[in-house]
Ligand binder design. Structure first.
Ligand code: R5P
Length: 326
């Protein structure tokens, strides 16, 4: 009797949206998997079409898309990719969003506002995502918005390693540009062996998005090298005002370290002309040649993402990537 050959071997397949193909290629190369060939294009009215050019039946799918501008287009493309995978019988679908769109709208600040970060999670669940991988969510509780496993990766070891190798840790003070993010600064300080902490008190006008309106330094920073850490630089307003506040308060120099280089509108000009000694970011989002400047250092997030994908695929431990530190 000839029996049907069964295989339980899982098949890792990596898919890339069109927002940041360089990062996806780097990740696929490190995994040794290659990227699944696909066709993707826009119809005249902006609707998106996607088709994979090989069978995905039974695969363990990892769908990479950086939510860069135009953000709604790239979120939608990733949703459509997930839908196509679900309908083509992928066994498991993991959405990899190095930068999670709408993460800043994670609560209602005032009546009649949306919680868009939750909506994004629901959209991916509805499309067919089984799990999510993201880097430095604006707030950790967004993990709970998605109904399924979420691997929340931290760029901090990569950024902190670079900063401590270059500047040492002797005179460093880790500074949060916002009292609300002091927990992340604490993780940095602990990683750097217990450096002191400070923060810049920032206030906002709820009617003026992207505009920080007042800064005051809390903590001892005089004659020290400050590492100003943030999850993202969008228009650069927050960071540049914090750099000024620190130098005006007597800091010796300020190095900026941020995970997501959103770099909208005036950001590049502001950062280029700022008094920051160096601005260190990762490539969770594409940073084209037109956005690069002399004091900008771009570190690759690909090794972190590829190791996380490997651990998920092999049912290993993503926590092991951080030596157990969460
Ligand atoms: C705010 O809570 C965030 O952590 C960032 O500091 C902020 O979104 C950056 O925006 P911008 O660069 O436009 O000031």
């Amino acid at each position: 009797m000839t029996g049907m050959k069964r295989t339980t071997e899982k098949n890792l397949m990596v898919f890339s949206g069109r927002a940041h193909p360089e990062l996806a290629s780097e990740v696929a190369e490190q995994l040794g998997s290659g990227l699944v060939p696909q066709s993707a294009y826009d119809f005249a009215n902006g609707e998106i079409y996607v088709r994979f050019e090989e069978s995905v039946r039974g695969c363990d799918a990892f769908v990479l898309q950086s939510h860069a501008a135009p953000i709604n287009q790239w979120v939608m493309e990733q949703l459509i990719m997930v839908d196509a995978l679900k309908r083509a019988s992928a066994k498991r679908i993991t959405v990899v969003q190095p930068f999670y769109a709408y993460a800043r709208q994670d609560k209602k600040h005032r009546g009649r506002e949306p919680v868009s970060a939750r909506l994004v999670a629901d959209l991916f669940k509805t499309a067919g995502a089984d799990r999510l991988i993201a880097v430095d969510l604006h707030s950790s509780q967004i993990q709970g918005f998605f109904d399924g496993p979420v691997d929340h990766l931290m760029a901090m070891p990569i950024l902190a390693g670079y900063v401590s190798d270059k500047y040492g840790v002797e005179d460093l003070v880790v500074v949060s540009p916002d009292a609300g993010r002091i927990r992340v600064a604490e993780q940095w300080a602990s990683r750097l062996g217990g450096t002191p902490l400070a923060f810049v008190h920032k206030t906002r006008d709820a009617h003026r998005p992207n505009e920080a309106v007042a800064n005051r330094v809390v903590g001892e920073i005089r004659d020290r090298t400050c590492v100003l850490v943030d999850d993202m630089i969008d228009t650069g307003g927050t960071i540049v005002k914090a750099v000024d506040a620190l130098l005006d308060a007597g800091a010796a120099s300020v190095v900026v370290a941020a995970t997501h280089a959103v770099l909208s509108g005036p950001a590049v000009d502001r950062l280029k002309n700022s008094r920051a000694r160096e601005v260190v970011v990762t490539n969770t989002l594409p940073v084209g040649a037109d956005k690069q400047f002399d004091t900008l250092t771009l570190l690759s997030i690909a090794p972190l993402i590829s190791r996380a994908i490997r651990e998920v695929f092999e049912d290993g431990s993503v926590t092991s990537l951080f030596d157990g530190r969460a």
